[in-house]
Design a protein around this ligand. Structure first.
Ligand SMILES: *Cc1c(COP(=O)(O)O)cnc(C)c1O
Ligand SMILES: [Zn+2]
Length: 402
């Protein structure tokens, strides 16, 4: 492991990187790896190179176990001139994270977490999640041959449970307050030697930096004006911003985009705190949204996202389920089928454009965090057109559609 410290995001107290507890002993806020101030991209053939190798200068590892990689990262950045013109923004791009090994951006943080777990002598990893993170940790844990503990909520439906179970982790349905489980699992991890790669732990945030790195490379280091991120725990938006900050410190880019923290109106603890001018978030009592992946009622990085995005002069926005569904349809019209949470950024752009927060001079990147097939139950909410006809009438049927 390189010599790097963990720093408390609030009180700035330092801890060694080997300190596995991801929260500050004093203020209980999240820790993060200190910023990289000199580094470059190691360009290679991306058919053979791994994401951790390409951006090795930006990770605290001295040795890489290449075989744990499943080819995470290197996802497309699709430009949409049609939507840019309809929305009257200069450019709009979609960073399509559904093209990761387990179909969401979580793989970026998982591979970094697993690498850190191995590098620090752990043989056990774990996570607390009922969705994409559980699938991702189960897959990479299996890949690396680590004993993998996945803690899910007691009421998880089978369509979510089975895609985790297929990787055969030690899968535990936990009856009780699921919100407390995040903190409780970290305690258990310390006692039992399990490296919990939870939503916003320092190495997961490090993994998310690569989204920013790739965006910079994909638009020739010009940097967008805004990056819109569907936000739950807050780990991903923190990582993306940190990535841009490090590239600037290293002289690879000259400015940092403004980040937009996009939440679902039915569970928007960070947005709510921003709107009511509070410095700390409060728990949402009864979260209710179709965007399950961003329905954390008490995000562990919520306070830090509030601090950081204000400092970055970014903004916060919440969109309704109806707006999310409309955006999901619109995104599919561009050939990209994202899960409901992943349509939240486009819905946010539509809203901010009407409110003139965004202008026709702005270049915007939306993070499509995970693939639509993760949530096929949502398809029944859409008006899906299917024509029926007999073989002998097919010619006429098609002719009517010309
Ligand atoms: C985890 C997840 C998010 C939220 O990311 P956080 O780091 O928890 O803020 C958004 N979209 C999808 C698809 C996810 O899986
Ligand atoms: Zn602190």
């Amino acid at each position: 492991m390189k010599k790097a410290n963990l720093i408390c995001t609030k009180c700035k107290k330092q801890f060694p990187l080997t300190h596995i507890n991801p929260r500050c002993d004093i203020c209980r806020e999240p820790l993060e790896v200190e910023k990289v101030t000199s580094g470059k991209i190691h360009e290679g053939n991306i058919l053979k190179q791994t994401m951790l190798e390409r951006y090795a200068d930006f990770f605290p590892f001295t040795r890489l176990d290449k075989e744990i990689s499943l080819g995470e990262g290197f996802t497309p950045l699709a430009e949409s001139p049609k939507l840019a013109s309809e929305l009257s923004v200069k450019n709009i791009f979609f960073k399509n994270e559904s093209q990761n090994p387990t179909w969401s951006f979580k793989d970026r943080g998982t591979v970094a977490g697993v690498q850190h777990a191995i590098g620090s002598g752990h043989t056990r990893v774990g996570t607390v999640s009922t969705g994409n993170m559980a699938v991702s940790v189960a897959a990479y844990g299996a890949r690396a041959g680590l004993k993998t503990f996945v803690l899910v909520s007691g009421d998880i439906p089978p369509e979510k449970l089975n895609p985790i179970a297929i990787y055969h982790p030690i899968l535990i349905k936990v009856i009780g307050d699921y919100g407390k489980l995040y903190f409780h699992s970290l305690e258990i991890g310390k006692q039992q030697g399990i490296y919990f790669i939870n939503s916003d732990v320092p190495l997961r945030v490090e993994g998310s930096k690569t989204i920013a790195f790739e965006i910079c490379e994909q638009i020739n280091f010009e940097v967008p004006d805004y990056v819109v991120v569907p936000t739950s725990s807050g780990g991903n938006i923190r990582g993306i911003l940190k990535g841009f900050e490090e590239f600037r410190l290293c002289g690879l880019i000259s400015k940092i985009p403004k980040m937009i923290c996009a939440q679902a109106a039915g569970c928007a603890p960070i947005y709510n705190a921003y709107r009511s001018n509070k410095e700390t978030i409060s728990s949402v009592e009864t979260p209710h949204t179709i965007a399950h992946s961003i329905a954390n009622p008490y995000p562990p990085s919520g306070n830090e996202v509030l601090r950081k995005i204000k400092e970055n002069e970014g903004t916060f926005v919440a969109v309704t389920d109806e707006e999310i569904l409309r955006a999901q349809r619109r995104l599919a019209g561009e050939g990209i089928f994202g899960q409901p949470a992943s349509a939240v950024p486009l819905a946010a752009v539509e809203k901010l454009r009407t409110e003139h927060m965004l202008t026709e001079h702005d270049t915007v990147v939306c993070i499509v965090t995970g693939g639509g097939l993760k949530s096929t139950v949502i398809l029944k909410e859409h008006d899906l057109k299917v024509l029926h006809g007999k073989l002998e009438d097919l010619n006429i049927l098609i002719e009517n559609e010309l």
